[in-house]
Design a protein around this ligand. Structure first.
Ligand SMILES: NC(=O)c1ccc[n+]([C@@H]2O[C@H](COP(=O)([O-])OP(=O)(O)OC[C@H]3O[C@@H](n4cnc5c(N)ncnc54)[C@H](O)[C@@H]3O)[C@@H](O)[C@H]2O)c1
Length: 471
């Protein structure tokens, strides 16, 4: 099929590359020419495992352009809108990019029946709105009504940054919403190789064992749009829930990692998204929970559970600062080293990253903040160079003269740190492990004071027979 992807960010580029790999003819369109030039050179503007390898494999089916005229919109069977929908100050998503994309698509549609798909996360009702924008643009361009020329579908995206290609090729489910049956038929056809899992898996992204088919949910537009928001809000509140329990665990001397395991083994609950820590960030959970609340308000609903999930989450960032204050007593003039800036490992994305909020809080209290990240430093320098944070490519330089190290992002590399070599470089051997990720025993043996999230400060469990055991 002929596919056009409008917006080549984390979602659009991954979708386009995967569909081209599966045999569709794909044109990726973005308004940022610099991005398109990089892509034409075979380089990915974002960091995602396997993306450049797959771009090379799929190159005979893949084209990049920054021009709507040149994108082949008039020949497209399917056009994905996957532009950004960032949060506005009032909590609503900014739909300006979706609007520009829809109008530009409308101006360039041809006679081929085309399914225009909202892949961007957009509020309920956006499918209808995009339909009317496209119809208006068709009318203004050639006086036609657009009737029968196109249909709008919603195909929300659930990929996780850091494993975006994997999630696209091997998703838990595909959701399609549309009022026009032709849209459902077209998208089912487009996704057939993924639904049937009958494509040859690339060596660098093997098919998960036992995956023989992917379920598809076909529904109406509004339900598909709400599925996306409801899913993200649920995941966000699961993390906030374990963080809330972690606060209590710490007070009563319990260990949240054991509690999470104890409740997560219940198949009704499941163990994923139960890691206590500094909380969620990134481009989706914050903005999507805010947008869900705004939508509910339009219908005079308040969604108290979603509100609470947000409140608990953003409090975790303040908690880090309070914890350092507890330990160091004075923050003014202290040096704090942050390990990890990206909002989660395996990505260079800094949108709503907890590290940046933590740095701001610390600097407001007079601390100097030094930071290291294996991948996201370039973005940090580019977008947050004026924040006042000192960025280091070397962990050793970042921790030099630090009064505390705070582990913010659980990059695998940080598990391999030579803490023996780090200790003499620091002023105070204090480690705040914001993800309960570091080897606590090793650190304590070396002489660090280790502070985790929700683990009561005491690691020894006293068994009924009076024998102290390390958990
Ligand atoms: N990033 C994720 O993990 C993720 C996961 C699921 C859903 N989503 C949703 O998918 C959408 C895209 O997210 P993203 O992270 O890929 O965004 P992004 O910011 O990485 O990419 C968006 C791209 O769209 C381009 N663009 C903007 N206006 C355009 C226009 N008129 N024509 C052509 N290109 C245009 C931008 O230049 C940019 O490259 C958002 O709605 C987001 O909420 C994101």
């Amino acid at each position: 099929m002929n596919v056009v992807i409008v917006g080549t960010g984390y979602v659009g580029l991954t979708t386009g590359v995967a569909l081209a790999y599966l045999g569709h003819k794909v044109t990726c369109l973005d308004v940022i020419e610099e991005k398109i030039e990089m892509l034409k050179d075979g380089k990915s503007p974002i960091y995602e495992h396997g993306l450049e390898e797959m771009m090379a494999l799929a190159s005979p089916n893949l084209r990049f352009t920054s021009s709507y005229e040149d994108a082949g919109i008039d020949q497209a069977n399917v056009i994905f809108i996957s532009v950004g929908t960032p949060q506005l100050p009032d909590g609503n998503p900014n739909l300006a990019y979706v609007q520009q994309a829809a109008e530009s698509i409308g101006r360039h549609l041809g006679d081929t029946f085309t399914v225009i798909v909202n892949k961007s996360t957009v509020p309920i009702g956006s499918g209808n709105w995009v339909g009317s924008l496209v119809r208006d643009a068709i009318f203004q361009t050639n006086g036609r009504s657009g009737e029968g020329q196109f249909a709008v579908g919603s195909n929300p995206e659930f990929l996780r940054e850091g494993s975006a290609l994997h999630d696209t090729l091997y998703p838990d489910r595909i959701v399609i919403g549309a009022e026009d049956q032709r849209a459902i038929v077209t998208l089912t056809h487009l996704y057939r190789p993924i639904l049937n899992q009958d494509f040859p898996a690339p060596d660098f992204l093997p098919r998960p064992e036992g995956l023989s088919a992917v379920p598809m949910v076909t529904t109406d537009l509004a339900s598909a749009e709400l599925i996306k928001y409801a899913a993200n809000a649920f995941l966000a509140l699961k993390i906030s829930y374990i963080n809330e329990i972690a606060q209590l665990a710490e007070k009563v001397g319990a260990d949240i990692t054991q509690i999470a395991r104890g409740i997560g083994l219940d198949t009704r609950i499941g163990s994923r998204f139960l890691n206590a820590g500094i909380g969620w960030g990134g481009s989706c959970f914050g903005k999507d929970t805010a947008a869900l609340i705004r939508t509910a308000e339009e219908y005079r609903l308040t969604l108290p559970i979603v509100h609470a999930a947000r409140e608990v989450n953003y409090q975790q960032r303040v908690w880090v600062v309070e914890k350092l204050l507890d330990e160091l007593k004075i923050l003014k003039g202290r040096t704090i080293a942050l390990l990890g800036l990206a909002f989660k490992p395996n990505t260079d994305d800094l949108r709503d990253a907890p590290a940046l909020d933590i740095a701001r809080h610390l600097m407001k209290r007079g601390a100097k903040v030094k930071a290291h990240d294996p991948i996201a430093l370039e973005n940090a320098r580019k977008y947050f160079g004026d924040l006042g944070v000192h960025y280091y490519d070397s962990i050793f330089e970042a921790v030099q003269d630090a009064d505390a190290v705070v582990l913010v992002t659980e990059w695998t590399d940080y598990r391999k740190i030579d803490w023996e070599a780090i200790k003499p470089l620091m002023k105070t051997p204090l480690v705040l492990d914001g993800r309960n990720f570091l080897p606590r025993q090793t650190l304590e043996q070396i002489g660090f004071h280790y502070v985790g999230v929700g683990i009561g400060g005491v690691r020894a469990a006293y068994l009924p027979n009076g024998v102290a055991q390390t958990i």
